[in-house]
Design a protein around this ligand. Sequence first.
Ligand SMILES: C[S@@+](CC[C@H](N)C(=O)[O-])C[C@H]1O[C@@H](n2cnc3c(N)ncnc32)[C@H](O)[C@@H]1O
Length: 252
Amino acid sequence: MILTITYATDEQRSLAENLAQQLKLDCLPVTDVQNQLVLNVTPTHLEMRDLEHNVAIHVDFISGALAHRRQYGGGKNQPLGKAIGLKPGITPSVLDATAGLGKDSFVLATLGCPIVMIERSPFVAALIRDAIQRAATDESFIPLLKNSFTLINTNAVEYIPAITDDKKPDVIYLDPMYPEKQKSALVKKNMQILQKLLGHDEDTEQLLTVARHCAKKRVVVKRPKGAEFIGNIKPAFDVASKNTRYDVYLPI
Ligand SMILES: C[S@@+](CC[C@H](N)C(=O)[O-])C[C@H]1O[C@@H](n2cnc3c(N)ncnc32)[C@H](O)[C@@H]1O
């Protein structure tokens, strides 16, 4: 759980205080806090920092690893693209109902898909919002925004059933937090921090059901290789890669 909004230097104080007010949390200089998970405003970006282990994550759509993936690894033939049904001339609209750090959404957006991201944690949503704001004037990012790359901070289980027919997406994408125990060395830094903040998602089967009632073409669920199907519900087919399996469900 995030307990405090912090700021790196006095120059970020008023930004941090605004965020603290929005999220109804305390606001302190980062040097005054120990051993907590904090949302820390730095001179360049907003980060989620685990002060106990001194590791931090932030989202960067322009210069970080995501931009690298976009440049070198984001082809239409990659498993994620195949799973959502990307084909030459076909770029389905995607509702990413478990946005997290927005990585998968960003890759799909760079492949031309209009994206709506749903994230229920206000703290995780704040990281994405900060990254969108920083990227908004970058010429490589502007076309994505024009095509739709938006974020809604809410619970997808409640949001999806209220979507009207004219707004239904072609594809709903789900990548819930896995309950499976992974060896800690294998869990990446960003997932360790998210796991500490969020635990695992308990409502994934419900999310799959509402998603299948809404998506026009398919629902795609990202799972670790070898994991059980969500709620033991067999998908129509799957697309596998080295460590990941994308289970593809048809609408009901
Ligand atoms: C494993 S992360 C997703 C990572 C993401 N695919 C990426 O590329 O960064 C799962 C996220 O889904 C969010 N989530 C889970 N269930 C949700 C729900 N019912 N509504 C909205 N967000 C949800 C969690 O808060 C968490 O941030």
